[in-house]
Design a protein around this ligand. Structure first.
Ligand code: C2E
Ligand code: MG
Ligand code: MG
Ligand code: MG
Length: 297
């Protein structure tokens, strides 16, 4: 019996040691990342790239989405999928998120100085919506930047919006009250009820990339996208398709009356300085590079 117990202990022990080593690797990396992320905020290593959204029919730029990146001193350029979860886990998401909103507002004002009136969409994490003073802070940031709140859109994923329906509803109402636009990101992956969607004062749905990817191969995906577009339009919402990579996808989406398209087919996320250049370079005859390029300050 002693021998058996000894063997089990040893097996358990080594299994645990194995598990611990692996867990430690993951945890160690996360701890290093969160330490570096605190410094990154002070050192100004975060930056925003912007990916245009274009209108399906006329290929006019209707706005851009801000996507955060981290120029890490030793690891190179890191994408949000790597460090946003770390920020959320270690209580840094408000700091990162506030920086993103401030930077986006600053950029809106800078573009405006150059005569470009662009709408900018910013992605929100659920933790930001739960921040007590979130809406007041956003209002203050907008006022400081001296921009029109209607130029700012917040994208919230469908799953986040559904996660805490009551508090989301309150936050959306308050955000709507200060004049910003709201968009449901990655739509189709959650289970929003029609009634709830009507209550949320969103102006836009973004169809998840997974449906766009399957458009050519799957009649089901096409049926879902068609239904979503009809439903959204019936509710007075605009529809954006994300992750458009092929002309065939563009064709289907345009035929289904999708309003705006976004994806590598048109442009990858790019530095702010390149946005204006891109718009001019991609201009087609008889088309304005920006929907509001006639804007005069
Ligand atoms: P998202 O908001 O759904 O953004 C779309 C993601 O798909 C971006 O990845 C974009 O670069 C990528 N993408 C765009 N077009 C295409 C395409 O045609 N094909 C493919 N394969 N991918 C495409 P990215 O920049 O790595 O961002 C990933 C996610 O990280 C975002 O998904 C968003 O949920 C989150 N995120 C980005 N910036 C922020 C931020 O400032 N705050 C928060 N909380 N989350 C952010
Ligand atoms: Mg988004
Ligand atoms: Mg999305
Ligand atoms: Mg997505």
């Amino acid at each position: 019996a002693d021998a058996a117990m000894y063997a089990a202990k040893r097996a358990g022990g080594s299994a645990y040691a194995f598990f611990e080593a692996h867990m430690n690797a993951g945890v160690r990396e996360q701890i290093e990342l969160q330490r570096d992320l605190r410094l990154a905020l002070e050192r100004g290593e975060l930056l925003l790239h912007y990916q245009p959204k274009v209108s399906a029919g006329r290929e006019v730029v209707t706005g851009v989405e801000a996507l955060v990146r981290w120029q890490h001193p030793t690891r190179g350029m890191l994408g949000p999928a790597l460090f946003i979860p770390v920020a959320e886990r270690f209580g840094l998401i408000s700091a990162v998120g506030n920086w993103v909103i401030e930077e986006a507002c600053r950029q809106i004002a800078a573009w405006q100085e150059q005569g470009l009136r662009l709408r900018v969409a910013v992605n929100l994490s659920v933790h930001q919506l739960r921040q007590d003073d979130f809406v007041r802070r956003v209002a203050a940031t907008i006022a400081r930047a001296g921009i029109d709140p209607r130029q700012l859109t917040f994208e919230i994923t469908e799953s986040v919006a559904m996660e805490d329906a009551e508090s989301t509803l309150q936050a959306f109402e308050a955000l709507c009250g200060i004049g910003v636009h709201l968009s449901i990101d990655d739509f189709g992956t959650g289970y929003s009820s029609l009634a709830y969607l009507r209550q949320l004062q969103v102006g836009e749905l973004k169809i998840d990339r997974s449906f766009v990817q399957d458009l050519e191969s799957s009649a089901d995906a096409r049926a879902i996208v068609e239904a979503v577009i009809r439903l959204a339009h019936a509710l007075g919402l605009k529809v954006v398709a994300e992750g458009v990579e092929t002309a065939a996808q563009q064709d289907v989406l345009t035929r289904l009356q999708c309003d705006d398209l976004q994806g590598y087919l048109f442009a990858r996320p790019m530095a702010a300085e390149r946005v204006a250049e891109w718009a001019v370079a991609s201009r087609r005859p008889n088309q304005l590079p920006f929907a509001l390029s006639t804007y005069r300050p």
